[in-house]
Design a protein around this ligand. Structure first.
Ligand SMILES: [Zn+2]
Length: 176
Protein backbone atom coordinates (compact mmCIF):
# COMPACT_ATOMS: atom_id res chain seq x y z
CA UNK A 1 0.00 0.00 0.00
CA UNK A 2 1.27 3.51 -0.73
CA UNK A 3 2.25 5.45 2.35
CA UNK A 4 -0.15 8.11 3.61
CA UNK A 5 0.97 11.56 2.55
CA UNK A 6 0.03 14.90 4.05
CA UNK A 7 -0.23 18.32 2.49
CA UNK A 8 2.98 20.27 3.11
CA UNK A 9 0.98 23.52 3.12
CA UNK A 10 -1.90 22.74 5.51
CA UNK A 11 -1.21 19.29 6.95
CA UNK A 12 -4.42 17.62 5.78
CA UNK A 13 -4.15 14.03 4.51
CA UNK A 14 -3.98 13.90 0.72
CA UNK A 15 -6.53 11.76 -1.14
CA UNK A 16 -3.88 10.00 -3.25
CA UNK A 17 -0.21 10.02 -4.05
CA UNK A 18 1.04 12.96 -6.15
CA UNK A 19 0.32 14.44 -8.60
CA UNK A 20 -2.66 15.61 -6.56
CA UNK A 21 -4.29 18.85 -5.42
CA UNK A 22 -5.07 19.24 -1.73
CA UNK A 23 -8.86 19.31 -1.32
CA UNK A 24 -8.58 21.50 1.76
CA UNK A 25 -6.27 24.31 0.63
CA UNK A 26 -5.75 23.79 -3.09
CA UNK A 27 -1.97 23.33 -2.94
CA UNK A 28 -0.53 21.29 -5.80
CA UNK A 29 1.75 18.34 -5.07
CA UNK A 30 3.97 16.85 -7.72
CA UNK A 31 6.08 13.76 -8.12
CA UNK A 32 8.74 14.78 -10.60
CA UNK A 33 11.84 12.93 -11.77
CA UNK A 34 15.05 13.82 -9.97
CA UNK A 35 17.85 15.05 -12.25
CA UNK A 36 21.11 13.11 -12.13
CA UNK A 37 24.26 13.04 -14.20
CA UNK A 38 26.65 10.15 -14.83
CA UNK A 39 29.90 9.79 -16.74
CA UNK A 40 31.13 7.25 -19.24
CA UNK A 41 34.81 7.73 -18.42
CA UNK A 42 36.93 6.34 -21.23
CA UNK A 43 40.68 5.82 -21.40
CA UNK A 44 41.70 4.42 -24.78
CA UNK A 45 39.60 1.29 -25.23
CA UNK A 46 38.73 0.97 -21.55
CA UNK A 47 35.75 2.30 -19.61
CA UNK A 48 35.62 3.03 -15.87
CA UNK A 49 32.86 1.37 -13.85
CA UNK A 50 32.05 1.41 -10.15
CA UNK A 51 30.44 -1.45 -8.27
CA UNK A 52 27.54 -0.25 -6.15
CA UNK A 53 27.88 -0.78 -2.41
CA UNK A 54 24.18 -0.19 -1.67
CA UNK A 55 20.65 -0.59 -3.03
CA UNK A 56 19.18 -0.26 -5.52
CA UNK A 57 21.25 -2.47 -7.83
CA UNK A 58 23.68 -3.40 -5.05
CA UNK A 59 26.78 -5.11 -6.53
CA UNK A 60 25.81 -3.94 -10.01
CA UNK A 61 28.44 -2.14 -12.08
CA UNK A 62 27.43 1.40 -12.97
CA UNK A 63 28.80 4.57 -14.48
CA UNK A 64 29.90 6.96 -11.72
CA UNK A 65 27.70 9.98 -11.07
CA UNK A 66 24.84 11.08 -8.89
CA UNK A 67 22.09 13.53 -8.07
CA UNK A 68 22.28 17.14 -9.21
CA UNK A 69 22.37 19.68 -6.42
CA UNK A 70 20.23 22.79 -6.52
CA UNK A 71 21.44 25.19 -9.20
CA UNK A 72 24.14 22.81 -10.40
CA UNK A 73 24.58 22.08 -14.09
CA UNK A 74 24.77 18.33 -14.83
CA UNK A 75 28.31 18.73 -16.18
CA UNK A 76 29.32 20.14 -12.81
CA UNK A 77 27.48 17.27 -11.12
CA UNK A 78 29.44 14.72 -13.14
CA UNK A 79 32.81 16.27 -12.40
CA UNK A 80 32.00 16.62 -8.67
CA UNK A 81 30.43 13.19 -8.23
CA UNK A 82 33.10 11.28 -10.16
CA UNK A 83 35.80 12.87 -8.04
CA UNK A 84 33.91 12.06 -4.82
CA UNK A 85 33.16 8.48 -5.81
CA UNK A 86 36.32 7.43 -7.65
CA UNK A 87 39.08 9.82 -6.56
CA UNK A 88 39.63 10.72 -10.22
CA UNK A 89 39.30 14.17 -11.70
CA UNK A 90 37.54 13.99 -15.04
CA UNK A 91 36.85 16.40 -17.87
CA UNK A 92 33.55 16.04 -19.70
CA UNK A 93 34.20 15.69 -23.44
CA UNK A 94 30.75 15.07 -24.89
CA UNK A 95 27.05 14.64 -24.32
CA UNK A 96 25.44 11.25 -24.86
CA UNK A 97 21.80 11.64 -23.84
CA UNK A 98 19.20 11.25 -21.09
CA UNK A 99 17.76 8.01 -19.76
CA UNK A 100 14.89 7.72 -17.28
CA UNK A 101 14.77 4.97 -14.66
CA UNK A 102 12.91 4.05 -11.52
CA UNK A 103 15.42 4.25 -8.68
CA UNK A 104 14.44 0.94 -7.11
CA UNK A 105 15.20 -2.74 -7.41
CA UNK A 106 11.49 -3.38 -7.90
CA UNK A 107 10.14 -0.79 -10.39
CA UNK A 108 6.55 -1.32 -9.22
CA UNK A 109 7.38 0.10 -5.77
CA UNK A 110 4.67 2.77 -5.42
CA UNK A 111 6.84 5.47 -3.87
CA UNK A 112 10.08 4.84 -5.71
CA UNK A 113 11.80 7.91 -7.07
CA UNK A 114 12.12 8.34 -10.80
CA UNK A 115 15.50 9.61 -11.96
CA UNK A 116 16.32 11.44 -15.18
CA UNK A 117 19.98 10.82 -15.85
CA UNK A 118 22.11 12.86 -18.26
CA UNK A 119 25.04 10.75 -19.44
CA UNK A 120 28.26 12.43 -20.55
CA UNK A 121 31.46 11.16 -22.08
CA UNK A 122 34.49 12.04 -20.01
CA UNK A 123 38.19 11.35 -19.66
CA UNK A 124 40.38 11.20 -16.60
CA UNK A 125 42.68 14.18 -16.09
CA UNK A 126 44.26 13.21 -12.80
CA UNK A 127 43.56 12.21 -9.26
CA UNK A 128 44.04 8.97 -7.38
CA UNK A 129 41.68 6.09 -8.02
CA UNK A 130 42.84 4.31 -4.87
CA UNK A 131 40.99 7.10 -3.01
CA UNK A 132 37.56 5.94 -4.15
CA UNK A 133 34.61 6.26 -1.76
CA UNK A 134 34.28 2.88 -0.08
CA UNK A 135 30.90 3.79 1.42
CA UNK A 136 29.36 4.07 -2.03
CA UNK A 137 31.65 1.95 -4.17
CA UNK A 138 32.73 -1.57 -3.27
CA UNK A 139 35.07 -1.86 -6.25
CA UNK A 140 36.36 0.32 -9.05
CA UNK A 141 37.67 -1.16 -12.27
CA UNK A 142 38.52 -0.34 -15.88
CA UNK A 143 36.92 -2.72 -18.39
CA UNK A 144 37.64 -3.28 -22.06
CA UNK A 145 34.60 -2.73 -24.29
CA UNK A 146 34.56 -6.44 -25.15
CA UNK A 147 34.86 -7.62 -21.55
CA UNK A 148 32.08 -5.69 -19.81
CA UNK A 149 30.57 -7.43 -16.78
CA UNK A 150 27.04 -8.87 -17.13
CA UNK A 151 25.53 -7.17 -14.06
CA UNK A 152 25.32 -3.56 -15.30
CA UNK A 153 23.20 -0.94 -13.53
CA UNK A 154 20.63 0.35 -14.11
CA UNK A 155 19.94 -3.00 -15.81
CA UNK A 156 19.09 -2.59 -19.47
CA UNK A 157 19.83 1.12 -19.40
CA UNK A 158 23.61 1.12 -19.12
CA UNK A 159 23.81 -1.29 -22.06
CA UNK A 160 21.79 1.24 -24.10
CA UNK A 161 24.01 4.10 -22.95
CA UNK A 162 27.13 2.22 -24.02
CA UNK A 163 25.59 1.53 -27.42
CA UNK A 164 24.66 5.21 -27.76
CA UNK A 165 28.12 6.34 -26.68
CA UNK A 166 29.59 4.33 -29.52
CA UNK A 167 26.99 5.21 -32.18
CA UNK A 168 26.78 8.10 -34.64
CA UNK A 169 23.07 8.73 -34.07
CA UNK A 170 22.10 12.31 -33.32
CA UNK A 171 19.34 11.20 -30.92
CA UNK A 172 20.64 7.97 -29.44
CA UNK A 173 18.54 8.48 -26.29
CA UNK A 174 15.14 8.64 -28.02
CA UNK A 175 12.90 6.00 -26.39
CA UNK A 176 11.96 3.11 -28.64
ZN1 LIG B 1 -3.50 21.56 1.90
Amino acid sequence: MPEVRFCSACGVELPSRPPVTCAACGASHWLNPKPCANAIVVDGDRVLLTRRAYAPWKDGWCAPGGFCEEGEHPIETVEREVLEETGLRVAVTGYIGVWVDTYADEPSEPDASVISVAYYAARSVGGDESAFDRAEVSELRWFGWDELPPDLAPPGTLEAVFAAARSDSTLPDRPA
